[in-house]
Ligand binder design. Structure first.
Ligand SMILES: [Zn+2]
Length: 437
């Protein structure tokens, strides 16, 4: 039997920064090349040279277009990568605006940036697309196939197969609660599974998220304030727009202006409309996409009640910060958290009940209500992950639990071993495993 190695260069012991290498001896493949996100200190680590020679990598397989899975692709290209990038068509379509936006968010002097838009264009020129279920030949006798992961538009789990043996890279697996995506209830057949564990130690509250959203919107309207929702530009914003549109058209909440203040979310919504092919399913009276910074600044004085969705989703940058400066001190207003908040992020501190947070190095008092609805999570919870492995456990020889904070990954690892009697480990960053493939 042939042997290969998997090296967990990123996305091991942490949620973000996914970067896994499969080395078959005759070829090197990467799966995802994401940015680490969270504090400034975490983000600085993104621009150190890779621990491998980028020129030797023949293929980069991309599971989905979130920046913690694609953010360092231009950096990889700058380091000499000239192989093939492969993903679904929707992932490629989303990656283009996402990468350009991430470049702007670097917020550095031109001379100091680790890469330039030229490297983004070069990456896109190397980028090929595949359909779900299509077998694509790689190198050294390997093939890859992409399978819908139900996480965001275009998201995929990737299986790499050689001689009838398969390793599965789960990427991020959807929570099964998006109004726009399919629910995934089995994993593709594989002997080895790299399994995400973002919410590995959490059981999602059995909540009616639409009803909770309804209550938060009503409460905020009743108090005459602003409802500010930091939201990821991709999937979360579109899911929420769809939900708010439904609540308003069913008259379950009062009609009020809804502003999407993220040029990236506007571009991404356009990609959704094009890729879903169902026409403009998001628009409703009162919805406005904000483009210029002048319009964005004017929102503070737009009449209440109102709803603002702005990026970034973890309050680590983007236009949401400027709004938080006036929303957070206001006790009539509400900040609603609807997604994963990395350790060290402003969003995480708000979630943990901080009374003051630093925004652009200035302390801001928190007088506003802070609410959280996790039913919108784009990730499967711990129970759901365990069940997925259980249903697919026939033939699994080992599970590598990745993309989780250490406690979360350790908890899920233990449960896979104890409840399912399947071998499982939570590798740490830089670790290497030998597999029979
Ligand atoms: Zn993701």
């Amino acid at each position: 039997m042939q042997q290969s190695t998997i090296t967990f260069y990123g996305g091991a012991g942490t949620v973000t920064g996914s970067n896994f290498m499969l080395d078959t001896g005759g070829a090197k493949f990467l799966v995802d090349c994401g940015m680490q996100q969270g504090s400034h200190k975490d983000e600085e680590k993104n621009w150190v040279p890779f621990a491998y020679d980028a020129k030797e990598v023949s293929h980069l397989i991309v599971t989905h277009a979130h920046i913690d899975h694609i953010g360092r692709i231009p950096w990889l290209v700058k380091q000499g990568f000239a192989g093939t990038i492969l993903s679904t068509a929707a992932t490629r379509a989303l990656a283009e605006p996402m990468l350009h936006d991430a470049f702007k968010l670097l917020d550095m002097k031109e001379a100091d940036t680790p890469y330039t838009p030229v490297h983004i264009e070069k990456a896109l020129s190397l980028w090929k697309v595949a359909q779900y279920g299509e077998d694509v030949a790689l190198a050294d006798g390997c093939t890859v196939a992409l399978h819908d992961a139900g996480h965001i538009l275009g998201s995929a789990m990737a299986t790499i197969t050689r001689n009838g043996r398969t390793v599965l890279f789960s990427g991020d697996i959807g929570g099964g609660n998006s109004p726009l995506l399919p629910h995934i209830d089995t994993l593709p057949k594989a002997q080895y599974v790299l399994l995400e564990s973002v919410y590995g130690d959490r059981v999602r509250q059995d909540e009616d998220r639409r009803e909770r959203l309804e209550n938060v919107i009503e409460d905020s309207a009743g108090r005459g304030g602003t409802l500010l929702i930091p939201a990821f530009s991709t999937e979360r914003t579109q899911d929420l727009l769809y939900e708010i549109k439904t609540l308003m058209s069913e008259k379950r909440v009062p009609a009020m202006p809804v502003y999407v203040d993220s040029p990236l979310a506007s571009k991404v919504t356009a990609v959704f409309i094009q890729e879903l092919g169902k026409g403009d399913i998001f628009s409703f009276p009162g919805l406005k996409f904000i483009e210029t910074t002048e319009e964005s600044r004017a929102l503070e004085h737009a009449p209440n009640p109102k709803i603002i969705l702005a990026g970034s989703g973890m309050s680590t940058g983007g236009r949401v910060i400027a709004h938080e400066r006036w929303v957070l001190p206001d006790n009539k207003s509400t900040l609603l958290i609807v997604g994963y908040q990395a350790a060290g992020s402003v969003g995480r501190r708000l979630l943990e009940g901080a009374k003051t947070v630093d925004l652009h190095h200035e302390p801001v008092k928190v007088g506003a209500k802070v609410e959280a609805i996790f039913g919108y999570s784009a990730h499967r919870d711990g129970e759901g992950l365990l069940e997925l492995v259980n249903k697919s456990s026939d033939g699994i020889e080992k599970v590598f639990v990745v993309e989780g904070e250490p406690a979360s990954a350790a908890f899920l690892t233990q449960r896979i071993r104890d409840y399912l009697s399947v071998d499982a480990v939570a590798p740490s960053a830089g670790e290497q495993a030998v597999i029979n493939l």
